[in-house]
Design a protein around this ligand. Structure first.
Ligand code: SF4
Ligand code: SF4
Ligand code: FES
Length: 246
């Protein structure tokens, strides 16, 4: 198969040593089926071992290879080089601090996930001998879409609100909270209420929909946010109970 030399303009930055980021251009011999992650690995292996980037599964599952390619948040293991013309610019995810080069700090995202208590909450667990918490296919379907998130953070990089309001809980965390609130086995709606409907929750969202457009797993977080807004409003006017409010 024919190798084609392609140019990659790659963001480089060591915050502890440099005041400003720079862009380095690399000429990379690419195979026709390569994705952008293959080219970054080739740079690291054969051209410049000082480049730092993050990846793991190479199959769109782990969510760790997220970057901006020509300004758009993508999984680089799913971004085919042949689909881009000319020089390809690779940058770290926006809306996150850079640790080094293409690697960003995700602590704020992890804290936001934690804040919505993304696990099944029960008022009281039944004894193991009483069996499983059964769920019908229809009940599963209620939340399944929102459980497909791989925590890739592409939606956070795309969100215009996060650029100006970094404390906004954000699309993936709200979608995950909504997933548990919709789960027939869960009784923790009231424990997530403040995180979702407080100052930095759903009402900060301007419904610009970029999060859903970049999501590689079709989670549709903007839909989750809109549904959560409606549920919260109905609960506020006491037209809908907070499930198992204690
Ligand atoms: S719909 Fe809301 S959460 Fe999604 S990108 Fe737009 S402002 Fe951000
Ligand atoms: S909602 Fe989609 S874009 Fe956002 S973190 Fe989850 S998988 Fe990634
Ligand atoms: S390397 Fe795992 S999603 Fe890309």
């Amino acid at each position: 198969m024919e190798v084609e030399v392609r140019k990659f303009e790659v963001f480089r930055f060591r915050p502890e040593e440099e005041e400003e980021p720079t862009y380095h251009t690399y000429e990379v011999p690419c195979m026709p089926e390569w994705v952008v992650l293959d080219a970054l690995n080739a740079i690291k292996d054969d051209i410049d071992p000082t480049l730092s980037h993050r990846w793991s599964c190479r199959m769109g599952v782990c969510g760790s290879c997220s970057m901006l390619v020509n300004g758009r948040p993508v999984l680089t293991c799913n971004a085919f080089v042949k689909n881009y013309e000319g020089t390809i610019r690779v940058e770290p995810l926006s809306n996150f601090p850079v640790v080094r080069d293409l690697v960003v700090e995700l602590d704020s995202f992890m804290a936001k996930l934690q804040s919505v208590k993304p696990w099944i909450i029960r008022k009281a667990e039944k004894d193991l001998g009483e069996g499983e918490y059964l769920q019908s296919p229809a009940q599963l379907e209620e939340f399944k879409q929102y459980s497909m998130c791989i925590n890739c953070c592409l939606c956070y990089a795309a969100c215009p609100v996060l650029a100006s309001e970094p404390d906004f809980v954000g699309p993936a965390a709200i979608a995950l909270a909504h997933r548990y609130n919709l789960d027939s086995r869960d009784e923790g709606n009231h424990e997530r209420y403040d995180a979702i409907h407080g100052h930095d929750g759903v009402w900060a969202c301007s419904y610009s929909n970029e999060c859903s457009q970049v999501c590689p797993k079709h989670v549709d977080p903007s839909m989750a946010i809109n549904q959560a807004k409606l549920t919260g409003a109905l609960q506020w006017f006491k037209l809908l109970p907070k499930r198992s409010f204690t």
